[in-house]
Design a protein around this ligand. Structure first.
Ligand SMILES: Nc1nc2c(ncn2[C@@H]2O[C@@H]3COP(=O)(O)O[C@H]4[C@@H](O)[C@H](n5cnc6c(=O)[nH]c(N)nc65)O[C@@H]4COP(=O)(O)O[C@H]3[C@H]2O)c(=O)[nH]1
Length: 816
């Protein structure tokens, strides 16, 4: 609704007042289209007619007493043609013939285009003594038009504009008694600035017998007076009304209207209807409403604010509004509304009741601020805090929250599984094909993982190529957690093993999965995470593309290795390491060199074998300084032997771990050790392990070539464990293959081991490489190896690894 213009407002006010005054009276309607008159039952009762009685056209006004008939017909006619309301006391003759004094009020009703379509009236029985003399004057008052009720200031003036009559109210309004007022021109009582204009208007009205209407300030400047004069008895009958208050409220109304229109907040005013269907109807919306929602005022007028609701509008918030409206109290909510286009928007809505003076609820005013931007920002922050932007999966934080929830919910029996999934060789893809393809792979992996689990399960990304699945066994889908987890893990293994398309490039990948089950023991979140992680590492060390379930033994191992790692660090700081040397011999049984083997002289544990600590040294990266130290020891020893012609031919083999080899400074360190010790590089053998070849092949080959260029001897240790592909082997700048003692051990009894040993020897020969067998314990093993063409050996048959002093003694004993 646009707030009505002043005229309409006045009219509405007039009608309201009439109806109010007519309370407990009968009402009638005259339809100007067909001339029918309708009576209310109360009116029929005043006329002593039966309820529902409908007078025939023309009959209604014939029921007035004969002397009043002309007057009522003239008044109704005047009201129907000019819109002038009236309020008159007259007598009717009831259907039973009784004469009754009544007060008749009437008001014209206009249609939207301003045409009068009806006259509505009310009839009130009044006591015989209630009717005052001077009815004609009152008649004139009614004829004077306007919505003048009884009890208003009224004066009459003669042809010269002089007052001839003033009622009590007029005396009060003009602040003088009748004696003072009468005989003086009416305009005298108004402010100087308007006096002339008013005089002119009144004189004109008198001269032309026309209506006079003016709104002026009184002489005291305190009130704004509305005058309505009507020709009467040669002069004018004039109504005077103090409209100061109305004026002020209209001003205020105008001010409010323009402020509301200019507001950036949405304003919707509804009737005070019930919240329940169909809901209160909209009677006003401001311009901001139109701007924000796309609905024009015409489209929403008479409808309910429900039209702004949509699928995501929160039921709970609507219920809050409903509850507040039922109790007639204000309410504030953040609500999702919908524009005409269907686009949702957030609004911070405050709905307040509007009361009239009688404390009767008349309207609801809803003021809404568009907070879509704020909500979007909040949602974004929320999203960033809990989701991984690359894969759109929950992140670590959200996973932890859900895990906490699952473990701390005492109402539901929470059993389930936590699954760690790590892509095998993801780093290689990232390094070789670039991050973009790496990202694509992660996104596709995320999608596939999601397809492997049920709706209530969580798939999260912890970072890098680490994913987690949280399977919760709710009451609805009971399943033995171990069986359920195994099924899902195998599905994941299978799905993630299918080829990926990365911008036209086909990629193959596998993953390693670690699983831990929860629900039986009271594990904490961090314990569960550690367990799944441990199991995942087990899967990795089992050769990848595998699933491992956590078992308590794993835990014991891990706890022990954590303690060992601490000890190892301390041992390294305190110089608890030693190097033993184990001889290697040639076909003639003469020593060709030794292998340097590190030993840890633990203060409590005696000598800790490398098998127990090398892997931990690798995990903690301590192997890098330890390995460097062994290398320096070996070089220093070679430098010693170089001075002794009987020992100058000996070589020393040094083990190089993968972690050490991958260290960017490794080649430089070897070079420095050789240079600082001044040894001949050919005397230094580096034993590289086959597992080096599993990853970063190109970089490995390049590093080996750099070492080879230095003149260092390169031997491939643990050969035959399954990492090397023959095609790569050909490209490696190797000097020697070493047959692992695992094959030598059963070489005489296990045909398979014998075949492997034979193949390695054949391979070395065809590639022109030397071959050495380790772990030779018996003459039979040595003879078998010699028969196959291997003439260099290392093993207990010849000598155990010895500290340098003992080795020197051993060598002395061998020399002739
Ligand atoms: N049963 C049996 N065993 C024999 C026989 N002959 C030699 N051995 C053992 O075989 C291992 C040979 O070393 P490896 O294969 O390089 O295997 C080495 C090597 O991979 C690693 N390692 C030792 N020292 C170092 C080091 O300084 N750096 C690195 N990275 N690894 C080292 O630890 C592994 C184990 O070393 P050790 O316990 O010293 O065990 C040594 C040695 O004592 C035999 O006739 N019978």
């Amino acid at each position: 609704m646009r707030i009505a213009d002043t005229d309409k407002l006045k009219q509405a006010e007039g009608l309201l007042r009439l109806i109010e005054q007519a309370a407990f009276a009968g009402t009638w309607t005259l339809d100007l289209g067909d001339g029918t008159v309708r009576w209310s039952d109360q009116l029929a009762a005043i006329h002593e007619a039966a309820p529902g009685f409908t007078p025939k056209p023309g009959e209604a006004f014939g029921l007035y007493a004969p002397e009043w008939r002309d007057t009522i017909v003239a008044l109704v006619d005047h009201c129907a043609t000019n819109g002038a309301p009236f309020d008159e006391e007259m007598q009717i003759v009831t259907l039973k013939g009784r004469r009754v004094w009544v007060r008749t009020l009437a008001q014209a009703v206009l249609d939207e285009s301003g045409d009068i379509v009806r006259v509505e009236g009310a009839l009130q029985e009044i006591a015989p003594q209630g009717h005052k003399p001077g009815t004609l004057m009152r008649h004139a008052m009614g004829m004077a038009g306007g919505a003048m009720g009884t009890g208003e200031a009224f004066v009459t003036i003669d042809r010269q504009g002089r007052l001839t009559y003033a009622n009590e109210q007029a005396e009060r309004l003009l602040g003088r008694s009748s004696t003072e007022l009468l005989g003086r021109p009416l305009w005298n009582y108004f402010q100087k600035t308007v006096r002339l204009r008013l005089e002119e208007q009144i004189r004109q009205g008198l001269a032309s017998s026309q209506k006079v209407e003016a709104e002026v300030l009184d002489a005291q400047l305190s009130s704004r007076i509305e005058l309505q004069g009507f020709p009467f008895g040669g002069g004018l009958a004039v109504h005077l009304r103090d409209v100061t208050a109305r004026h002020r409220s209209q001003e205020l109304l105008r001010l409010l209207e323009s402020s509301i229109a200019r507001l950036d907040d949405i304003v919707v005013i509804t009737e005070a209807g019930p919240f329940s269907e169909p809901g209160p109807r909209i009677v006003f919306v401001n311009e901001a409403f139109e701007r924000r929602t796309g609905y024009s005022p015409e489209e929403v007028m008479g409808r309910t604010p429900r039209l702004l609701q949509g699928p995501d509008t929160q039921r709970a918030e609507l219920n809050k509004i409903r509850a507040a409206m039922e109790q007639w109290r204000p309410v504030r909510v953040d609500l999702i509304n919908y524009k005409k286009s269907g686009e949702p928007f957030w609004v911070d809505l405050e709905v307040s009741p509007v009361w009239d003076e009688a404390r009767k609820l008349t309207h609801w005013v809803a003021v809404g601020r568009d907070i879509t931007e704020r909500k979007t920002a909040e949602e974004k922050i929320q999203y960033l805090a809990f989701y991984d932007p690359l894969t759109r999966l929950p992140n670590r934080q959200l996973l932890l929250d859900r895990l906490h929830e699952a473990l701390s919910d005492t109402d539901r029996p929470h059993e389930g599984a936590l699954m760690f999934i790590d892509l095998d060789n993801f780093k290689v893809l990232n390094d070789t094909l670039g991050h973009q393809k790496g990202d694509q792979l992660l996104q596709q992996v995320a999608e596939r993982l999601r397809s492997c689990v049920a709706r209530g399960d969580t798939v999260a990304r912890l970072g890098g190529d680490e994913f987690v699945i949280l399977l919760e066994n709710s009451g609805q889908k009971p399943m033995e957690p171990a069986a359920g987890a195994r099924t899902v893990a195998e599905r994941v293994l299978h799905r993630l093993g299918e080829p990926y398309q990365l911008s036209g490039y086909q990629h193959h990948s596998t993953c390693s999965i670690g699983v831990t089950l929860f629900g039986r023991a009271p594990w904490s979140v961090s314990e569960l995470l550690k367990q799944a992680d441990m199991a995942m590492y087990q899967a990795k060390s089992a050769g990848r593309n595998a699933v491992r379930f956590f078992d308590p033994e794993m835990q014991a191992t891990v706890t022990a290795s954590a303690a060992l790692a601490t000890d190892l660090r301390q041992g390294w700081r305190e110089g608890q390491f030693l190097v033993d040397y184990q001889p290697q011999v040639g076909a003639d049984g003469r020593m060709t060199g030794v292998e340097a083997l590190v030993r840890w002289q633990h203060p409590q544990r005696d000598r800790v074998p490398p098998a127990h600590f090398i892997s931990i040294a690798e995990e903690t990266s301590l192997i890098v300084p330890i390995g460097r130290w062994v290398l320096e020891q070996a070089c220093a020893q070679l430098a010693q032997w170089a001075k002794n012609p009987a020992r100058a031919h000996l070589t020393i083999a040094v083990n190089v771990s993968v972690r050490q080899f991958r260290d960017p400074d490794f080649v430089d360190e070897v070079m420095t050790a050789i240079r600082d010790s001044g040894i001949s590089p050919q005397k230094l053998k580096l034993e590289l392990t086959e597992s080096l070849l599993a990853e970063e092949m190109e970089a490995t080959v390049a590093k080996m070539a750099a070492l080879k260029d230095m003149g260092v001897y390169l031997s491939l240790d643990d050969f035959g464990m399954g990492y090397s592909s023959l095609s790569y082997l050909k490209r490696l700048p190797l000097d020697q293959l070493k047959i692992d003692r695992e094959f030598v051990k059963d070489i005489l009894t296990d045909a398979n081991d014998a075949a492997i040993a034979r193949t390695i020897i054949g391979l070395a020969q065809s590639l022109g490489l030397g071959v050495v067998a380790e772990g030779v314990e018996t003459q039979e093993q040595r003879a078998f190896l010699a028969k196959q063409g291997c003439y260099e050996y290392q093993g207990f048959l010849f000598c155990k690894p010895l500290p340098i002093g003992e080795l020197e003694e051993f060598m002395d004993s061998m020399e002739p």
